[in-house]
Design a protein around this ligand. Sequence first.
Ligand SMILES: NC(=O)c1ccc[n+]([C@@H]2O[C@H](COP(=O)([O-])OP(=O)(O)OC[C@H]3O[C@@H](n4cnc5c(N)ncnc54)[C@H](O)[C@@H]3O)[C@@H](O)[C@H]2O)c1
Ligand SMILES: O=C(O)C[C@H](O)C(=O)O
Length: 311
Amino acid sequence: MKVTIVGAGNVGATCADVIAYRGIASEVVLLDIKEGFAEGKAMDIMQCATTTGFNTRVIGSTNDYTKTANSDVVVITSGIPRKPGMTREELIGINAGIVKSVADNVLRHSPEAIIVVVSNPMDTMTYLTLKATGLPKHRVIGMGGALDSSRFKYFLSQALEKPGNDVQGMVIGGHGDKTMIPLTRIASYNGSPVSQFLSQDVLDKVAADTMVGGATLTGLLGTSAWYAPGASVAYLVDSILNDQRKMIPCSVMLDGEYGQSDICIGVPCIIGRKGLVEIVDVNLDDKEKDLFAKSADAVRNMNADLQSVLA
Ligand SMILES: NC(=O)c1ccc[n+]([C@@H]2O[C@H](COP(=O)([O-])OP(=O)(O)OC[C@H]3O[C@@H](n4cnc5c(N)ncnc54)[C@H](O)[C@@H]3O)[C@@H](O)[C@H]2O)c1
Ligand SMILES: O=C(O)C[C@H](O)C(=O)O
């Protein structure tokens, strides 16, 4: 199984490292426009093979898409990250052009690939990729909900003072500081509602911390995060390549689901070898439905800014 990752920066290289370390794919191609950069990252990762014991072949490429040919999955992380004080939405001007040209290039060499979009603003970039390529909706998947959910479970586990792997929870909606919807009502500690153990005030704080999780890390690091983002992409790629059919909140095109159409936004998805297998309806209550509608309005407004790129 072959995976191409476009953008060998913080997120792309971390994703390649996790895929190799966990043996998720047999081959990973890292591609970047910066001369020698992807080759250097690939070589550094490959020099872990004998100490960590993996057999995945990781190679680098400076903008040579022939090396990406016949990839099963292509991950797009190319573009700029935000700096402290910025929103993800402010990246649209530069990243839209990059994502569109990268999507065209990868499909020329891997016409059957499933595309995973990571570059921000991710929901908008996923919509752009779908519209620009004309691919069917099951083949274009935006990664954001897996990361937001892992942050949500982290904050819940901290509040519960229990291990993260004993906590279940999902974040749906847009991948934005104000558009995320952490579903505290259905989050659980080994099957029991978290509301049994945590007060509403604490749950509200967990939700608020989750929503600004990316901004908090950007403030601490000076650029946006990469360990959890890279690992979240690898988790999604694993479910695709190995047909695991995990339920993962992803940004996908909606055709009436959750009351929305012609928009890519985070909803619970079954992810398997064909990409999006099914969108799951988790029965939102009225308050959650209202939050989802507001989140969708904000995400849809951003799509309007794509007109010049899509023209
Ligand atoms: N969806 C998510 O959950 C999520 C999480 C983290 C980061 N991101 C986004 O992912 C993107 C990458 O973040 P990062 O921290 O890895 O940034 P980074 O700057 O470390 O890496 C980006 C890389 O893209 C490369 N690049 C730029 N234009 C290119 C092109 N046309 N072709 C090939 N490569 C190109 C750059 O040379 C750079 O190496 C950002 O837009 C960031 O906001 C999204
Ligand atoms: O916060 C960012 O800008 C990057 C990414 O979307 C994240 O959530 O870490």
